[in-house]
Design a protein. Structure first.
Length: 280
């Protein structure tokens, strides 16, 4: 496994792989890797990637001043060992300042789909995400890029950006990986105390109940949201949103739905967790 610190060296390695006839797969991460991230590596392979490149970069542009940039978990040595064990070919760990050189002043921003849900509660977040992902796409070149669907809105925003800018990237959304008790894997789960970890299951209970109701024929968006909200309100300290939305536009659904995604963001202690459930 090759580990590079210089983005230009990363670009050269990806281009060399294509020259050899390889299909490049990209897995962008912020590190603190868990099985959810590593499943993205496996998905890239299943999509035909013969050369998998993974990036580890805690992107400051997607954190607001009051958010957890400073305490976001950084576990580089364990991350690199996990990458080796999963057969990753190339890892980029950018040197400080190399992604945003002095004088950097460019922003890549997507419009309407970013204005709801996460966009309301984290107004600068998506511009930071799309700016860094666009840069990573430019460095990697033509590839298949895999993102986890736990960050559902982020995945759809990146799809939109890629389509709108005619980028030569195939964007894949990979299903959520969960613990046996239903908790969605997240790097931020490390913040949870044992008591908070137990309470965090309120989201999984709500989503499970909504899924059972959907399978029994429930299609009313407000009723589905209420089913989820009950267990979340009982367990969490505050809720940012429980929303039933169109899977692609992410516009809220008024009335009944033939397909939907339920999006949840809530706080337990100092930790903000997000999760979702796709219904079709």
């Amino acid at each position: 496994m090759q580990v590079v610190r210089d983005p230009k060296a990363f670009r050269e390695a990806c281009e060399a792989a294509r020259v050899r006839g390889e299909r490049v797969g990209l897995v962008p991460t912020m590190g603190a890797l868990h099985e959810g991230h590593l499943s993205l590596v496996d998905r890239a392979r299943s999509e035909g990637a013969t050369f998998v490149a993974l990036t580890i970069f805690v992107n400051p542009l997607q954190f607001a001043a009051h958010e957890d940039l400073g305490r976001y978990p950084r576990t580089l040595e364990a991350d690199l060992e996990a990458c080796r064990s999963r057969g990753v070919d190339l890892v980029l760990v950018p040197e400080d300042g190399s992604m945003y050189p002095p004088g950097f002043q460019t922003e890549v921003a997507v419009g309407g789909i970013t204005k709801r849900w996460e966009g309301v509660h984290r107004p600068s977040h998506f511009a930071g995400v799309t700016t860094v992902v666009c840069k990573l796409f430019a460095l990697t070149g033509p590839c298949v890029a895999v993102f986890g669907r736990k960050d559902y809105q982020q995945w759809r925003v990146i799809e939109r950006m890629t389509l709108d800018l005619d980028l030569p990237i195939e964007v894949i959304g990979h299903p959520i990986v969960r613990e046996e008790d239903g908790l969605a894997l997240s790097s931020r789960n490390r913040y949870l105390s044992p008591e908070e970890r137990t309470r965090a299951l309120g989201i999984a209970r709500g989503l499970h109940a909504a899924n059972e109701a959907w399978r029994a024929g429930m299609r009313d968006a407000d009723a589905l949201a209420a089913i989820v909200r009950g267990p979340v309100e009982a367990a969490f300290d505050s809720i940012d949103y429980v929303a039933v939305a169109s899977p692609r536009s992410l516009e809220p659904i008024d009335g009944s739905a033939t397909e939907a995604v339920i999006l949840v963001a809530a706080h337990v202690g100092r930790t903000r967790l997000i999760d979702n459930l796709e219904l079709a």
